[in-house]
Write a protein that binds this ligand. Sequence first.
Ligand code: FNR
Length: 188
Amino acid sequence: MTKKIAVFVGSLRKESFNRKMAGALMELAPKSLTFEMIEIGQLPLYNQDYDDEGTPPAEYSEFRQSVKPFDGVLFVTPEYNRSVPAVLKNALDVGSRPFGQSVWGGKPGAVVSVSPGAIGGFGANHHLRQSLVFLDIPIMAQPEAYIGGAAQLFDGEGKIANEGTRGFLVKFMETFAAWVEKNTAKNA
Ligand code: FNR
């Protein structure tokens, strides 16, 4: 059966390599997965007072409602100062509250990090995994995707220029589809 995947990009930059990567991943994925990119840049910084006082910003409520129906989650993120960009961490925090009403729990997920540097966003990838484990997202362990050399990754149309990387990403998404299938079956 088709599974619906919410895609989150940890960069707000117009020409973001990570946004391009998210587009490429959606295109290379098996047909058993459908995708929607969920925007996170509009979310005010998380402040627990809003929830405690019962007056969360409309952006929080809309975001939480929009994430709930998905079967799985895919995070595509740059590394900022060897960690997760604040905008993405903020989205995780907003979705995790009010206490006991997290939208994340049980949704199978995967992480791809992309950087122009050689380490491929390893630090961000693993800091993100730390939060995802706590949020009870069954996170795909293998294959790992630390994609370096981002400036050379894409052709003029935003497609993956390198055949080897393209093949790896096809495998990654096939494995993710199987991971989602296995873990949503467990939830059903
Ligand atoms: C960066 N960049 C970066 N790159 C990296 O590999 N490790 C890092 O720790 C950092 N730190 C960092 C901090 C901040 C505040 C910025 C703005 C950038 C560079 C980063 O990988 C590069 O700007 C990417 O192009 C960002 O991803 P998008 O926006 O292209 O998706």
